[in-house]
Write a protein that binds this ligand. Structure first.
Ligand code: GDP
Ligand code: MG
Length: 800
């Protein structure tokens, strides 16, 4: 029977997982191994994906993936499997450290007289790494984009009992293989930065799956301390865990923690110090026993590596041997330069074939099975399940939140709430900020005598920066919602609801989250695509995110729609957002049909339990975003404002000297126009104007469009500089000038929606895809689409 045939509420036992290597590996890391019980819980409102429960947590599979998993009804399976089920922890203590590598860390006693301890947090997504990090580091942290792959790595530091701790918060992973960018990144980071102690953050209430990553760390034979985080959740179910015994058994000390309240942190730090000093009683070096078939093959490969001794010494030969048997692509790369690589490769192939022949399963499956066997053996002796159902609240809430009938209305309601609150409520503080900048401008008008300096400060800096700073409240509110949805667990439900639709456009349920975030700012949205394992889905998502109308484009719509369509401003804006979405969908489809025909990685995704977001975490997220925005205002936007001012002020025309001024009285707007027309900005505008003229844009509008390249908000400040007027507000001034008609104003909004994303976004595309080619693609494709659609809009609008 296939897993997909299970009805909601039914359970069965897994007997076999088929499908290609990547799928099997991933699904095994998530706990889908032979002999495990799995329950079908609920189908998504659109029938696909399906939520299953396995090993006490929830996971989503698409129907097509569930078809690849063979199951048997419980009774039948139990009869068949009980014979093979060995309930003893399957490991052996390492007695001879030389046999497993020169790098065996347990052999090493304290060698340096230093008191600086470098620690790294490794753990599953949502295990509480960041919460622990924040609780420990206090305010001393630094978010950095590390070279190579841009994955956010936070580093922080603090002092404790005379030691200086440097901590690194790594991205969440389920294992350390090479199937997702995070996994590759975490492993490479551990390899390169060699932390003194690895802190493995484990969800205590979901030990079985979380310890899978621990088994990978055991293979690495590094100094590890396990933080049994969310211990409160374990205790709430009434479960008992003899963690001291478990720790001694697997040779890794374990410390219960509650990151949310800070409980257990001192004990954790004390244990880290013990590990660092080499005097922890539980710590010892064990090897997971991979069984009579695999072990000889592992030894064979390890021996080949020892012959040349030129493998990366940070990890033991045994580790590299295991990964070679698993045929890990990244490890192939890392070992390529070894003298024994060719021999190693050949032997690995022979070993793999031998394993398949003898065990009737491939090496990867055999290794995962052994790892889970090791875990269940260890837990069998130390863990007693609780009486109370874990995650009861989540199960009940999910019945409501992803309900067939309620799911979508609730989702749309939340999205609507998010946007209306962001923009309506945000309008009030926006006015205050605007008023503040006006007052500041007036103040300097009074202080600085008329001339270039006054113009620079008032029109250039205060005007330019002010126009952008106004949107800070909107950003705060938008990120408040996004952060609440992420921390509470709702975001994953959104992916669950949306997957079928996203799949229709060739994407992934997880693509939906970055796309929604794109409405805030494209840069973090593009970074958020990291959680998408599928390379092609991720790339397509990155390329379509810039069509999601970010909040920087909003000021342009507010200005133009407000002035040209006062009665229908909201409708016009909704249509623009929709147009962006439509273009994104069509682009995704187009890319899926041409450049990326096949989606290579499975959907499998964990559905975390609902948790109350903490005020602290929410405030922190908001602050991080605010800080980024303020930094952008203080740097890029300030610089761009000054540059635009310089370009618009020089060469300077003395209005009173012009012929026109001698014959008649001229208004301020006319004076500005004369000034700009002769300035550098005017010249640039006139240069590109011919390309823009089909849409009814003259040189001034062309200048404004070009000024959006550093950041889209700058369009408004440029228009502010170009159409400055004492009597009218900016919108009216533009309208009165007659430079834009209703049709060309509409075309301009469409153009600004689709036109090439800002420099920061282009940078994000380049660094996230690691290929400059995609950044160029983004620039050219988006500009072409913008031009064509703006032109069509102009033509259609002219018909009315
Ligand atoms: P990360 O993905 O590993 O960085 O996990 P986070 O630190 O973002 O935490 C995920 C969620 O778990 C957040 O909603 C936290 O508030 C919550 N959380 C973290 N630690 C604990 C804990 O010890 N107990 C409980 N009940 N919740 C926690
Ligand atoms: Mg985190």
């Amino acid at each position: 029977m296939k897993l997909s045939e299970l009805h909601n509420g039914e359970s069965a036992v897994i007997v076999k997982v088929s499908g290609h290597g990547g799928f099997r590996k991933r699904i095994m890391e998530m706990g889908f191994v032979r002999g495990r019980k799995v329950t079908s819980v609920i189908d998504a409102p659109l029938n696909d994906p399906i939520k299953y429960t396995i090993m006490g947590y929830d996971v989503l599979l698409r129907r097509s993936e569930a078809q690849l998993i063979e199951v048997l009804p419980e009774e039948e399976a139990n009869a068949m499997l009980s014979a093979e089920d060995a309930k003893a922890p399957n490991f052996f203590a390492c007695t001879d450290c030389d046999s497993c590598g020169l790098s065996c860390n347990y052999k090493r006693t304290k060698t340096t007289q230093r008191n600086i301890i470098n620690i790294a947090f490794v753990g599953n997504p949502n295990s509480g790494k960041t919460s622990l990090f924040n609780a420990l580091s206090g305010g001393h942290e630094h978010v950095g984009n590390y070279s190579g792959v841009t994955v956010d790595v936070k580093t922080g530091h603090f002092n404790y009992k005379g030691y200086h701790f440097n901590i690194t918060d790594l991205p969440g992973t389920y294992s350390l293989s090479a199937y997702s960018p995070e996994e590759v990144f975490v492993r490479r980071n551990l390899l390169e930065s060699m932390p003194d102690v690895i802190v493995n953050v484990v969800v205590a209430s979901n030990l079985e799956r979380n310890l899978y990553l621990t088994t990978e760390l055991i293979d690495l034979s590094q100094r590890v301390v396990v933080a049994l985080n969310m211990y409160d959740e374990l205790e709430a179910t009434g479960a008992k865990l003899d963690y001291e015994n478990l720790g001694s058994m697997i040779g890794i000390p374990m410390v219960p923690t509650i990151a949310k309240t800070g409980k257990g942190l001192d004990k954790l730090l004390d244990t880290i110090i013990e590990m660092f000093e080499g005097d922890n009683k539980s710590a010892r070096h064990v090897h997971i026993n991979y069984g009579t078939v695999l072990e000889p093959e592992i030894s064979l490969l390890a021996d080949i590596l020892h012959e040349s001794e030129d493998f990366p010494q940070q990890f033991p030969a045994r580790y590299w041997a295991i990964k070679m048997i698993e045929n890990d692509k990244e490890v192939h790369n890392l070992l390529k330069d070894s003298k024994s690589y060719e021999k190693l490769k050949q032997q690995a192939e022979i070993s793999s074939e031998k394993i398949i022949k003898q065990l009737d399963i491939d090496a990867e499956t055999a290794i995962s099975d052994a790892k889970y066997g090791f875990i269940s053996g260890a837990l069998h002796e130390t863990f007693t399940e609780g009486k109370k159902e874990a995650n009861k609240r989540t199960r009940k809430l999910d019945k409501l939140i992803v309900n067939k009938w309620l799911g979508f209305p609730l989702f749309i309601l939340l999205m609507w709430l998010m946007f209306s609150v962001t923009f309506w409520l945000g309008a009030y503080p926006q006015d205050w900020i605007a008023a503040g900048f006006d007052a500041l401008g007036n103040l300097f008008n009074g202080i600085i005598p008329e001339g270039a300096w006054r113009s620079l400060v008032v029109d250039g800096i205060i005007g330019g920066v002010g126009a952008v700073a106004e949107f800070l409240p909107n950003i705060i509110l938008l990120y408040m919602f996004i952060s609440l949805m992420e921390d509470s667990g709702y975001m994953s439900r959104a992916a669950f609801l949306m997957d079928k639709m996203m799949h229709g456009m060739g994407l992934h349920g997880k693509s939906f989250i970055p796309m929604i975030m794109g409405f805030g700012c494209n840069v973090p949205a593009i970074m958020a695509t990291r959680s998408i394992e599928s390379k092609s889905s991720r790339l397509i998502t990155i390329l379509v995110v810039p069509f999601m109308s970010c909040s920087a484009r909003l000021p342009i719509y507010l200005l133009l729609a407000g002035a040209f369509f006062p009665k229908y401003a909201a409708t016009v804006m909704i249509c623009l957002y929709l147009l962006g979405i439509i273009v994104a969908v069509l682009t995704a489809k187009l890319l899926r049909l041409t450049a990326f025909k096949q989606d290579e990685t499975p959907f499998v995704m964990e559905l975390p339990p609902y948790r109350w977001p903490t005020l602290r975490a929410t405030l922190k997220h908001i602050w991080e975003k605010c800080y980024q925005y303020i930094k952008k205002i203080g740097t890029v936007i300030l610089l761009a404002s000054v540059i635009i001012w310089v370009l618009s002020y020089y060469p300077h025309t003395d209005i009173s000297e012009t012929e026109l001024a001698k014959t008649e009285e001229i208004s301020e707007a006319e004076a500005n126009e004369i000034q700009y027309e002769n300035s550098c900005l005017g010249m640039i505008g006139k240069f590109v104007a011919p390309v823009m003229s089909p849409m009814g844009f003259d040189w001034k509008i062309s200048v404004a469009v070009l000024s959006s390249i550093p950041a889209k908000e700058i369009v408004v400040s440029t228009l502010g500089v170009l159409y400055a007027s004492e009597e009218d507000d900016l919108g009216d001034a533009i309208q009165k000038s007659g430079d834009l008609t209703t049709s060309s104003a509409l075309a301009l909004m469409v153009f600004m929606l689709l036109f090439f994303p800002c420099i920061a976004t282009i940078g994000a595309v380049a660094s996230e895809t690691k290929k400059i080619k995609w950044a160029f693609f983004s620039v050219f494709y988006n500009t072409a689409v913008a031009w064509v659609l703006a032109y069509v809009t102009y033509l259609i609008a002219n018909l009315f």
